[in-house]
Design a protein around this ligand. Sequence first.
Ligand code: ADP
Ligand code: ASP
Ligand code: MG
Length: 410
Amino acid sequence: MEFSVLKFGGSSLATEELRRLAAQRIIEKIKSGFVPVVVVSAMGRAGDSYSTDSLIDVIRRANPNPDPQNLDLMLSCGEIISAAVLAETLNQLGYRAQALTGWQAGIVTDQEFGSARIASIDPEAIIQACREQIIPVVAGFQGQTDSGRVTTLGRGGSDITAVAVAAALECPVVEIYTDVDGVKTVDPRLIPDAPTIKELTYGEIIELAHLGAKVVHPRAVEIAMEAGIELKILGTEQAGLGTTIAAGAGSKKRSVKITDRVVTGIAHLTRRAHVKISGQEDFNKSELTLRIFDLLARNQISIDLIYLSPQLIAFIIDEAKVDLVKQVLADLGLNTTVEKGYAKVSVVGAGMHGVPGVMARVVRSLERANVPIFQTTDSHANISCLIREKDLLEAVRALYAEFELSKEGM
Ligand code: ADP
Ligand code: ASP
Ligand code: MG
């Protein structure tokens, strides 16, 4: 059997019309000789009845801090509903289909409720359905522990399900259908006519995704990279080639071209808070430094853009964690300021490594756009700047122009 794994995101399944379009995509696969295996996210977005955000709202109205196991059980329902509805859409169109929960599809995870990792997949139920010419429609984002408790994989986790299922089936390509027709040089919500990037390496998309471009889950890309699976990001509504993600040129595996462009795309994260801690003569000679980072870790507060000097410790956090951080650091007897209203904007490109002057171009273009920079960080393939959230659009426009990201044909 030549499998084809197709994953549909929530916004691609929000209406009856869209679900019919998704079904057409699946039927086209059958017509071209493939055996489709479908993975779905919960239907719609915040406000739609069975979307993940709406389910979170419902349970939080009962208790703002629900038990993680109850929360996961609740959230798993969104994908199950979606799978059943899409399976029935296919049945209605004359193609036999069967909805499967994550655990019926053989997905076993660890015990990390809310951000579980897939430990193993036994694809027998999926294969059996395919043998009987029944299209399996698997509920994404979920699994079960060894002891039978329902878990979820973290926000955006249906992408992970799709790639992991493909790995278990030894299927070489996964098509991820979403509400944009591929990965753009910048989030199209900020620049609507940003062009689609035709080819990306695993490394580039992992960077973009970690830095805020949520079009695909970075863990899904990591699994794809390990298993040598090619990813295609495609629009459910638009025809087109979308974005192909594979190994870089020169690799023995299927490869994509690496362009000589230093910056391939821009990613951003909003709702960041800047934390600054001072009041110690020399943080380097103090045990307090370790205590601070220990306290943050024990309270599951992830920190980013970390700056450490004798007189100052600074980092950024998600604004949602501001109260918790204030509480955790309150008793240390230090001057701590926590300021909301920041964003992190990053330029990403595999070709940036060893090219002088990229930072100068970033700084110059932001300065010309009157966007103050509060901190920066860089790696071999990205440069990130902390800016005020109110300046985000200006900053993105300036970088978009500076690195000529409106040009197609990459
Ligand atoms: P799905 O429900 O299909 O999983 P997501 O909302 O998770 O969809 O991801 C698609 C969204 O990602 C798009 O609507 C877009 O706003 C956002 N996005 C952010 N950065 C990019 C980018 N560089 N290219 C394409 N989409 C992006
Ligand atoms: N429904 C889940 C979420 O909204 C998983 C996903 O969409 O991939 O995060
Ligand atoms: Mg997603």
